[in-house]
Design a protein around this ligand. Structure first.
Ligand SMILES: [Zn+2]
Length: 194
């Protein structure tokens, strides 16, 4: 069991962490924090620190503005998929454009591990693409092993924090019932009372 607080690249207080390596995708989505209005992928130097710690960047420079722009748009593509996992609408075609663009530059390569396991690794043009392709491969594996459906975006539209739903019924909708769940319920109650 990974102790999440010991991983420097997991943003905020992650109370509902996904198993590794899906935790990487969850943390990538949560580099944007709607509650605090903070974004770890905005400032190039801060972004380099986070991406390097997460193992998604190994270049000897800060990411270029265009690279960070693509990373942030891919992040919102993934978030749109997590909204659907949480029972929201399916992603619109435009929502998936960035992730499709990232997929098109990728050339993942088959590798044979020392034990004979066959794996697929990112082998793309640049460090940013390598990082994004690594995330796509994690998503692909999670979609096959059934963990993907449990990674959801909070149903509070102002929050959209990515959380991992470990509940047996898989009907969890909130990053945190005490905050977002009750906040939305109270808002609906007030609307009904009006
Ligand atoms: Zn929330």
């Amino acid at each position: 069991m990974v102790v999440v607080s010991m991983l420097p690249w997991v943003p905020g207080q992650e109370t509902k962490p996904a198993p590794m390596p899906l935790l990487l995708v969850q943390s990538f989505v949560n580099t944007w924090d709607g509650d605090h209005g903070s974004d770890l992928l905005l400032d190039p130097s801060a972004a380099r620190t986070w991406l390097t710690a997460a193992g998604l960047w190994n270049a000897d420079r800060v990411p270029a503005p265009a690279e960070l722009d693509l990373a942030r748009r891919v992040r919102e593509s993934i978030r749109a998929m997590l909204v659907a996992n949480g029972g929201g609408p399916q992603p619109a075609p435009g929502d998936l454009q960035a992730i499709q663009a990232a997929a098109q530059v990728s050339r993942p390569a088959l590798q044979i591990e020392p034990g004979g396991q066959v794996s697929l690794r990112a082998e793309p043009a640049g460090p940013l693409e390598a990082g994004l392709v690594t995330l796509l491969l994690v998503i692909r594996d999670a979609q096959h092993d059934g963990t993907w459906q449990r990674l959801k975006a909070c149903s509070n539209p102002d929050c959209r924090w990515a959380f991992y739903d470990r509940s047996h019924s898989q009907v969890g909708a909130w990053c945190d019932m005490a905050t977002c769940g009750n906040r939305i319920k109270n808002r609906r109650l007030r609307q009904r009372q009006r």
